[in-house]
Design a protein around this ligand. Structure first.
Ligand SMILES: [Zn+2]
Length: 345
C-alpha cells in the first residue's frame, strides 16, 4: 500500500518491474477531511481540496488503475466518533460506492474506534455487509485502537461476520483478523501507518526524527531498538535468522536513516515469514490454532525475556485479549429484527 504524493509514479514503477506484486494506493483523504453524507469522498490535489461526486470518484479510481494499481481504493474521508449513532455518513459511503458497478475496487471505511463499541457494532456490520465491494476498515484512535477494551473482540466479531473485510493501516492485528476470517490486511511500514489518525487539515507534517523500531517476532510486537538495547545491556542480545539479519543481533540498528531502513527490512522479512506460515494453514480451525500457538509462544518468550534480563517485561494487553476465547459472529440484520433484508437485486 503506497501513500503520499509520489504514490502514482511509484505504483507504476513497481508494477512494471514486478507485475506479480500487489500494489495499491491510499491517498489519505481520511487524514485530511471529515466525511459528510453529501460528500463522503474527496481528494487533496495540487490545486487544493476537491470534493468528489460519483463521476469524480470513478475518474479517480480509473486513474489509480491507469497507474497500474492492482485494484482501486476509494478516497473516503474520515468518519468520526461524533457520528456514531447517526448512520447517514456510513450509509452514504457504501451507497455511493455500490452505484459503481466495477469489480476492481475496495471501499475504505476510515472510522473512529468507537464504531466498534457494542452499541454501534451491529450497525457497522450491517453497512459492511451491504457493500457490493470489499471493505477496507481503518480504525482511528489516539494511540493504538486495539488498546481500547472492547476493540479486539469486536474486530474478531466483524471479521467473522463480514466475509470480505480487509483490515487497513494496521499492525499485527492483521494476523488476528486473517485468522478469524478477514480477506486480507495492510500492515503499515511506519508507526503512523499502523492505525488511523483524525484529520488535521493544517498539519504540514512535523519533522519527526526517525528512530529504529523492529518487529520482535518472538514477542509478537514492535519495539524501539533503544528498548532492546536496554534489555540486553548485560547479556547476549537475541539474534534474528531472517534474510535481512542472517543471524545478526536485533540490537544492532543505528539511530539514523540507514538504521531505520535496515530495521524496516528486517520487519518486512518477519511479516512475510509470518504471512507464509499463516498462508500454509487451512482457513478455520487450523489457522486459528496456528495463531493461538504464536500467542502461547509469545507468552513464554515474554517470561523468558524477563528471567534472562532480570527486568519486568509486561505481556501486552492486546496479546492478552487475543488469547481469550473467540466470540460468535454477529447475527444478520434479518435474524436480529425478524425483517427481510433488502439486498441489491
Ligand atoms: Zn531479522
Amino acid at each position: 500500500m503506497l501513500t503520499g504524493a509520489g504514490a502514482p509514479i511509484r505504483c507504476k514503477e513497481i508494477r512494471s518491474a514486478l507485475p506479480e506484486t500487489v500494489v495499491v494506493m491510499d491517498f489519505g483523504s481520511h487524514t485530511q477531511q471529515v466525511a459528510t453524507a453529501d460528500v463522503p469522498f474527496g481528494l487533496k490535489t495540487s490545486y487544493g481540496w476537491r470534493d468528489l461526486d460519483l463521476a469524480g470518484l470513478n475518474e479517480i479510481l480509473d486513474g489509480q488503475r491507469d497507474n497500474k494499481a492492482s485494484y482501486a481504493v476509494t478516497p473516503t474521508c474520515f468518519i468520526p466518533a461524533d457520528q456514531v449513532g447517526d448512520m447517514s455518513v456510513l450509509k452514504a459511503v457504501v451507497h455511493q460506492a455500490n452505484m459503481l458497478r466495477r469489480h476492481d475496487m475496495l471501499v475504505l471505511l476510515p472510522c473512529s474506534w468507537r464504531w466498534l463499541r457494542s452499541t454501534s457494532l451491529p450497525y457497522l456490520t450491517e453497512q459492511i455487509r451491504s457493500s457490493r465491494h470489499p471493505i477496507g476498515l481503518i480504525m482511528q484512535a489516539d494511540g493504538d485502537p486495539l488498546e481500547r477494551g472492547e476493540v479486539p473482540e469486536a474486530l474478531r466479531q466483524l471479521c467473522r461476520s463480514c466475509p470480505r473485510l480487509v483490515l487497513w493501516r494496521t499492525d499485527l492485528a492483521a494476523f488476528d483478523a486473517m485468522a478469524h476470517g478477514a480477506l486480507g490486511a495492510a500492515v503499515g511500514a511506519s508507526a503512523v501507518l499502523r492505525h488511523g489518525i483524525a484529520p488535521r487539515p493544517d498539519s504540514g507534517g512535523g519533522g519527526h526524527r526517525p528512530y529504529p523500531v523492529v518487529l520482535v517476532r518472538r514477542l509478537l510486537g514492535y519495539h524501539r531498538v533503544a528498548t532492546l538495547q536496554d534489555w540486553f545491556a548485560h547479556i547476549d542480545p537475541w539474534t534474528c535468522d531472517c534474510t535481512a539479519c542472517k543471524g545478526a543481533a536485533l540490537t544492532r540498528f543505528t539511530d539514523n536513516e540507514a538504521g531505520v531502513l535496515a530495521a524496516l527490512r528486517h520487519t518486512v522479512c518477519e511479516l512475510y515469514g509470518l504471512h507464509d506460515e499463516l498462508d500454509a494453514t487451512l482457513p478455520g480451525d487450523e489457522r486459528i490454532g496456528w495463531w493461538r500457538q504464536q500467542l502461547a509462544d509469545a507468552w513464554e518468550y515474554h517470561r523468558l525475556l524477563a528471567s534472562q534480563t532480570g527486568t519486568e517485561v509486561s505481556f501486552p494487553r492486546v496479546l492478552q485479549a487475543w488469547r481469550r476465547p473467540i466470540p460468535p459472529a454477529l447475527p444478520a440484520a434479518a435474524e436480529r429484527n425478524g425483517q427481510d433484508r433488502s439486498g441489491p437485486s
